[in-house]
Design a protein around this ligand. Sequence first.
Ligand code: SAH
Length: 598
Amino acid sequence: MRNWSSARIAQVTNSQPARDHAAAIDAALDISSTHLDGPAVEMLPQAWREADLIVSHLALGATTRLIAPLLEDKHTDPGVVVVDEAGRFAVPLVGGHVGGANELAAAISEALGGTAVLTTATDATGLQALDTLDWAHEGDVAAVTRAMLDGRPVLLDRGLGWPVAQLAPSVSEDAVGPVARIVVTDGNEPEAGSLPTVTLHPKSLVVGMGCNKGTSVESLRALFDATLADAGLHPASVVAITTHEAKAGELGLLQLAHQLGVPLVDYTSEELNRFEAPNPSQHALDAVGAPSVSEASVMAHGASLVVEKHKTPEATCAIGRLPVRGLLQVVGLGPGARDLLTPRARKAIQQANLVLGYGPYVKQIRDLARAGATVQSSKMGTEAQRTAQAIDEARAGKRVVLVCGGDPAIYAMASPVLEQGTGGIDLEVIPGVTAELAVSAILGAPLGHDHATISLSDLHTDWRVIEQRLEGAAIGDFVVTLYNPRSRTRRMHLPRALEILGAHRPPTTPVAVVQQATRQRQKVITSTLANFQPDWVDMNSLVVVGSSRTRFVSTGDGEQRIVTPRDYQWMGGEDTRERDARGWLVAPATAQDPEASA
Ligand code: SAH
């Protein structure tokens, strides 16, 4: 989700419900928008002059009539979202993509519990819009989008092999008889050909700069522009300005980075001196202790030098290109409920060229993959091949998403991926809500204090080791969550685990099982160590065993919940609890002392 605080947002209201909605939107988006309350004929034009985005709490017709005479160009007009008086609908009227109105409408509908009414064609048909990618774009977006929507062949030129988000089924690198083209380049727009063209600028360039104290932003900008232009490179592909630590506070450099919307990244002499720059200078060595700033800082940032140092009497400038690599994202889907899938995970799936994973997980998100993406399910037991395929396809320059239930690093695929080796590709692990957290929330707060997670699957771990860990958790009086508690062939593991834990905590200790947490067939059973029946448990369950301090509480209409106390009582007052000579709390009775806890 975008950071709305950097946009100037105005809300036009003239009723109490509208004012309430405006306040709710501010709170949900964490912004302080300008509220223009009064006659719409004055307020809307004022908002138009002052804001980047307008939320009009007026009728669609009234809003349309009032902004009609003001419309000029979608690249400069503010985006406008109309919200009805009941807050049920948020309608982007103009500026859906470039103006950000679609995105704002989506955020508003979420805030007010309503629906965003998106009428831009790519959103309505589930295609990726060219003007909402993370990359800057130029060219004939309307014509190329039309070709994509009509399913006509569009030629994709991936330049140096940059991985491109999944666009539409008819976009391909070997399109026959194309009617439009998409060119990915960090250079300038390609020669106009006969085909309507959109140019996408990947985030690939790093510009290293050094300068004398007090060099103005204008003179730095002139050198920056000239160096890029000489090499035929485009400023929209620049992702960072790099420099020496001594220049980190240089106003001109900071202003230039701000103008470009990129960070100014600085390196120490030690970091810079590790690189052999082609054009070192005595002047730089004397001034900051490093013979090269512009060239070496580009290399320190992980880029390879593509334009050697250009200089003026005041400043130096060199350009590097980041390695072009395919992308593998290992994505956690959460426990099952769609609204527990994170926005970051959703975006990764939507942009993927290839989505793969274990069948049930793939099924959970199949609808999110874009038309044209390859979606592949595999069986349990094929993890090694699945991992190898994901890495290979990323090496071939694709955007690959490997999906996992819950979190991808908890008993899941992130480990085998990293173990197999991901040299030559970019790897991103996107976290998910692990089953344990979902189950904990359903039960109340069983994990309110120290807890341990143990998998009872002896496919990956020797059973003797699992018993040792259970023993350790039992002695430590940890709340214990058991993953993989039972399968058709592993029936005796759970009873044995409960026996080990039961030897160190009272028979009244709460034990709960949650099957299919947050899914349609969710089932919860709470019990105690003495009464718990392993038969209640299947493969799609988690079992939570309380510590000696965990207890039952009731909520609502007497529904049972489980809490492990956090012991907040002392906070805010004086801490009168007993401490020993070292100042450490004298431990309350625990299960290690069976007499005291029984
Ligand atoms: N990466 C996953 C765990 C994979 S191991 C995560 O972070 O949640 C698979 C085990 O997780 C299952 O045998 C079961 O014990 C547990 N599990 C996964 N999803 C679950 C759910 N929705 N409800 C209950 N248990 C679940």
